[in-house]
Design a binder for this molecule. Sequence first.
Ligand code: ADP
Length: 259
Amino acid sequence: MQVLKLGGSVITIKDEPMTADHESIRRLSEEIKAAWPTPLVLVHGGGSFGHPVAEKYGLMEGYKSERQVPGFARTHQAMVVLNSIIVDALLETGVPALAVSPSSFIMTSDGRVQSLDLEVIGRLVVRGILPVLYGDAVLDQSRGFTILSGDQIAVKIAIEMGATRLIFGADVDGVYTSNPKTVPDARLIERLSLENLDGYIKIGSALTTDVTGGMLGKVSEAREAVEAGIEVLIANATERDVILKALRGEPVRGTILTR
Ligand code: ADP
């Protein structure tokens, strides 16, 4: 089984509120269809849907005032809208995709996943259905609520379900020596060990609004999957056929995280 996380920066136009990148979503749906049938769980990020709303209401820091409560519900709903665009596109290409709402079965404690019952997702995969999850506003046992990133969900699911490979589709080729969007001579790191990750590499934060942490957040989450022996690949989902090849296990340009 594989887990594919598609970044919010890939499937939405990040600087235009509530705007999906329909072209990119359609192309990626076709790539998934070309690899189909395959045991897979898809998780996507929030991009211009979830993040601006979550930030407006300060949801990451948890419950502070009643004023945030509608923001919690609105953040979830923004994600439902984006999720529905993606599920529709997959259904149209012929992939039996099914929306699964993280806030209804995952709770966190201090921002980390606590309870997670994967029986339904496991059975969906066995049935030949593609569960489609997303970063979501969830209840948190210590903070009241929080934002749970698609990255953390993807890692947890990959570990708990014993996935062989976890693929992060980003809007850059992988992890660079510095942010490739601001540092022109940044170099792609093709193999990144956990040791090096802790050491010399300085990973900046994403340029655009992302309450859950850019490339640094992604790689820090992915560490746990690498430790569990899962092959973790970060590759560019904005380039045609990269995700298709990655799903087929063919070599692609990107960063492989190793122990
Ligand atoms: P996604 O939306 O795909 O989950 P993010 O936008 O949160 O991903 O994070 C990816 C972004 O992180 C890239 O677009 C890039 O601008 C930024 N970034 C910062 N530092 C680095 C780095 N060292 N290597 C790669 N990307 C980096």
